[in-house]
Design a protein around this ligand. Structure first.
Ligand code: G6P
Length: 626
C-alpha cells in the first residue's frame, strides 16, 4: 500500500551554526506534530547529501546519528522531518527525507500529494525506480528532472515552482539540491509553513516553535507560494515565479513558553498555565466598553443581519463549540447549531449570506474544519474563526477572527486551549449580542467582568490537583469510567471522557445525565467509577435536584461516585464517594472550572498506567487531512 504523508513537523535551516543541532532542536519542539519516524538531510561536504532516517520517535534518529562518523553532518544548512502517517508502515525506508536516484535532491513533505499515483506511473514509465512507497518521493524525482533539463535546468527555485504547479492536494515541501548548496526552497499549499528571519541565518518550519530560540521575526506564507532561503535572506514568489510581498510578523511568546518549565510533561504545565491563558485570551478584546475581534472583514451591518449560527469544529474544539450554543442562543436569541466539521459539508446544510459559521480550531489547520469553512464560503455564508495560531489557514480564509492567544500548546491533548476557546466563544457571543442590540452595553460589560474573574477562579481550582492525582492513581485499574453532566455540564462530561480515552486508552463515555435512564444506566456495575459534574445548587436549583436523583440512582446500583460540585454544596456530600470542590461561578462559566479536575484526572490515570501523556498513541496534535 502507498504511504501517504499526513501531519508532520518540518524544519529547514541555512546559516552559520551546525545545521544538525538546529534542525534536531527544532524537530524536538515539533515532535507533537507526529512521531512515527524522523529524518535529516544535509550537504556531506563531498558534493552529495548526507541523510539519516529512523522509524519511531526522534530519539531513535538521535541514537542512530550518535553512532556515526560525525564529519558527515557538519554542514551549516540542512533540513529535517518528523512524520505521522496513517497508511503504510512507519519504516526507515518510508521516513523522510526522500531523494532522487542520484542522491542530489532531498525532499521533506507534510500533506498528501493526491495525484501521486499518476505521477509515480509517469516516472516509472520513464525508467525511475522508486525507493519507497511514499507520495513524497515522486516530488524528489520530479524536481531532479526539472533541474536536469528543460526551461528550469540548473534553477532550483524555478524547478520547485514547476513541480508545485503539477501537484494536487495539500503540501508543504522543503527541497535542497547538492548543486545549489546553502539554499532551501519550499512550496506550500493548504499546509503550514513559516519563515524565521535571523541575522545571517534563516529558518523554515511548520510552526514558529521550531526556531523561536533563535529569532522571533517571522514571515507567513500565503497559499500557493514558494520561498527560497539562504544565509542572506528570503524571497517569496507564487508558483509561476512572480515575486510576492509576504507578511512579516513578530512572535509574541518566548522559548520558555514552549518548554516544560520543571514539569514532567507539557500537558501538566499547560493545565497550570490555564489562568494565564484565559487572561491572554481576554486581553485586548474588550476596549472602550465593547468587544473587539482581532480581525474583522465584515461590517457591523453584516453582524446585525446574522439570523443563524453554525459552529463547526473537531475533537476538543467541538466540545467548546457545544458551549457556544448555550451562550449565543441565550444572549443573542439566534438559533445555533453545533456540528462536527467532518460531517458538515456532506449533508448540504442550509447556508446563506445571513448565516454565520463559527469555525473553532486551536491549530487553524485542521483539514475537516478548513473544508467546512471553504464549503460555507462557497455558499456565501460569513465565517468567523476562533484560533490559537496566528496566520494559520482557517483564519486567513475567514471574514473575522478572534485569536485565543493561549500560547503554544505542545501536549497533544488540548487543555489550556479548550478553556481559551470557551472564553473566546463567549466573547463572540457578546460581540454578536452587542451588534444586534440584544444586550445593552452595561450588560455586556458585566458579562465581561465575570469572564475577567475566571482566571482567578481557575487558579483556585488548581488547588484540587493533589486530591485529584491521588484519586487518579486509585482509579488507574478501572476498566471504564463514565461521566455525567447536565446543561453546560454535559459538554464538560464529553470532554472529560475524551481526555481519558485519548490519554489513558480507557473506555470512557460522557452522557447527558437525563439520558441515563434511557440506556446507559445498564452499564452501571459494582464499583464502576462515575464522574458527575454537578450544576450549581443556587444558580440552577431545579437541575441540581434532578442531578441529585441521578446520583442516587447510580449509587444504589453500586457505582463509585466522583462528584465535582460547587463549594458549600452540602446536599450532594452524602452521595459523593469522592467530592471535588470547585468555586461558585455563573452558570455559563462553570465549565471553565469544572473541566480542570477532569483534565488532571485523565493525565494522572494515564501516568499511573505508564503512558506518555504528551504523545498519546495514534494521535497527532493537528490533523491536516480529512
Ligand atoms: C486533533 C487533536 C485534538 C483536537 C482536534 C482539533 O484530533 O488530537 O486534541 O481537539 O484535532 O484540533 P484543532 O487544532 O482544530 O482545534
Amino acid at each position: 500500500m502507498a504511504t501517504l504523508t499526513r501531519v508532520c513537523g518540518i524544519v529547514g535551516y541555512v546559516g552559520h551554526r551546525q545545521a544538525l543541532d538546529v534542525v534536531l532542536d527544532g524537530l524536538r519542539r515539533l515532535e507533537y506534530r507526529g512521531y512515527d519516524s524522523a529524518g535529516v538531510a544535509m550537504l556531506d561536504g563531498a558534493g552529495g547529501l548526507a541523510v539519516e532516517r529512523a522509524a519511531g520517535a526522534l530519539s531513535n534518529l538521535e541514537g542512530k546519528l550518535a553512532g556515526q562518523d560525525g564529519s558527515r553532518f557538519t554542514a551549516t544548512s540542512g533540513m529535517g522531518h518528523t512524520r505521522w502517517a496513517t497508511h503504510g508502515a512507519p519504516t526507515d525506508r518510508n521516513a523522510h527525507p526522500h531523494r532522487d536516484a542520484a542522491g542530489k535532491v532531498a525532499v521533506v513533505h507534510n500533506g498528501i500529494i493526491e495525484n501521486f499515483a499518476a505521477l509515480r506511473a509517469e516516472l516509472e514509465t520513464s525508467g525511475v525506480e522508486m525507493a519507497s512507497e511514499t507520495d513524497t518521493e515522486t516530488a524528489a524525482h520530479l524536481v531532479a528532472a526539472a533541474y536536469a533539463s528543460g526551461p528550469t535546468a540548473g534553477e532550483l527555485t524555478a524547478s520547485v515552482c514547476a513541480v508545485a504547479r503539477r501537484l494536487e492536494g495539500a503540501f508543504t515541501l522543503l527541497v535542497t539540491h547538492a548543486d545549489e548548496p546553502d539554499k532551501i526552497v519550499a512550496a506550500r499549499r493548504s499546509s503550514p509553513l513559516v519563515v524565521g528571519v535571523g541575522d545571517g541565518e534563516n529558518f523554515l518550519a511548520s510552526d514558529v516553535a521550531a526556531f523561536i530560540e533563535h529569532t522571533r521575526d517571522a514571515v507567513e506564507l500565503g497559499q500557493d507560494q514558494v520561498v527560497t532561503i539562504d544565509r542572506g535572506g528570503y524571497r517569496v514568489t507564487d508558483f509561476d515565479g512572480a515575486e510576492v510581498q509576504a507578511k512579516p510578523f513578530t512572535v509574541d511568546w518566548d522559548l520558555s513558553a514552549a518548554e516544560k518549565g520543571g514539569h514532567d510533561y507539557f500537558m501538566l504545565k499547560e493545565i497550570e498555565e490555564q489562568p494565564e491563558a484565559l487572561e491572554n485570551t481576554l486581553r485586548g478584546h474588550f476596549v472602550n466598553g465593547g468587544i473587539v475581534l482581532d480581525e474583522q472583514r465584515m461590517t457591523e451591518q453584516d453582524l446585525r443581519d446574522i439570523d443563524k449560527v453554525f459552529v463547526v469544529a473537531c475533537g476538543t474544539a467541538y466540545h467548546s463549540g457545544l458551549l457556544a450554543k448555550y451562550a449565543i442562543e441565550h444572549w443573542c436569541r439566534i438559533p445555533v447549531e453545533v456540528e462536527l466539521a467532518s460531517e458538515f459539508r456532506y449533508r448540504d446544510p442550509v447556508l446563506g449570506r445571513d448565516t454565520l459559521v463559527v469555525a473553532i480550531s486551536q491549530s487553524g489547520e485542521t483539514a475537516d474544519t478548513l473544508e467546512a469553512v471553504r464549503h460555507a464560503r462557497t455558499q456565501r455564508a460569513r465565517v468567523l474563526a476562533i484560533c490559537n495560531t496566528n496566520g494559520a489557514q482557517i483564519p486567513r480564509e475567514s471574514d473575522a477572527v478572534l485569536y485565543t492567544h493561549a500560547g503554544p500548546e505542545i501536549g497533544v491533548a488540548a487543555t489550556k486551549t479548550f478553556l481559551a476557546q470557551i472564553t473566546a466563544n463567549y466573547l463572540v457571543g457578546l460581540a454578536l449580542a452587542q451588534a444586534r442590540g440584544t444586550k445593552y452595553s452595561d450588560e455586556v460589560a458585566r458579562e465581561f467582568e465575570e469572564l475577567a474573574a475566571m482566571p482567578q477562579a481557575v487558579r483556585q481550582t488548581l488547588s484540587t490537583v493533589d486530591q485529584v492525582r491521588t484519586l487518579g492513581r486509585e482509579l488507574a485499574d478501572s476498566k471504564a469510567v463514565l461521566f455525567l453532566g447536565r446543561h453546560v455540564g454535559y459538554p464538560v462530561a464529553l470532554e472529560g471522557a475524551l481526555k481519558l480515552k485519548e490519554l489513558a486508552y480507557m473506555h470512557a463515555e460522557g452522557f447527558a445525565a437525563g439520558e441515563l435512564k434511557h440506556g446507559p444506566i445498564a452499564l452501571i456495575e459494582d464499583r464502576l467509577p462515575v464522574v458527575v459534574v454537578m450544576p450549581s445548587a443556587k444558580g440552577r436549583a431545579l437541575l441540581h435536584s434532578k442531578m441529585l436523583s441521578n446520583i442516587r440512582e447510580i449509587q444504589a446500583r453500586g457505582a463509585r461516585t466522583v462528584v465535582i460540585a460547587e463549594e458549600g454544596d452540602e446536599a450532594v456530600r452524602p452521595f459523593a464517594d469522592e467530592l471535588i470542590e470547585i468555586p461558585a461561578v455563573a452558570t455559563l462559566l462553570q465549565p471553565l472550572v469544572s473541566t480542570v479536575p477532569l483534565q488532571v484526572l485523565a493525565a494522572e490515570i494515564a501516568r499511573a498506567r505508564g503512558y506518555d501523556v504528551d504523545k498519546p498513541r495514534n494521535l497527532a496534535k493537528s490533523v491536516t487531512v480529512e
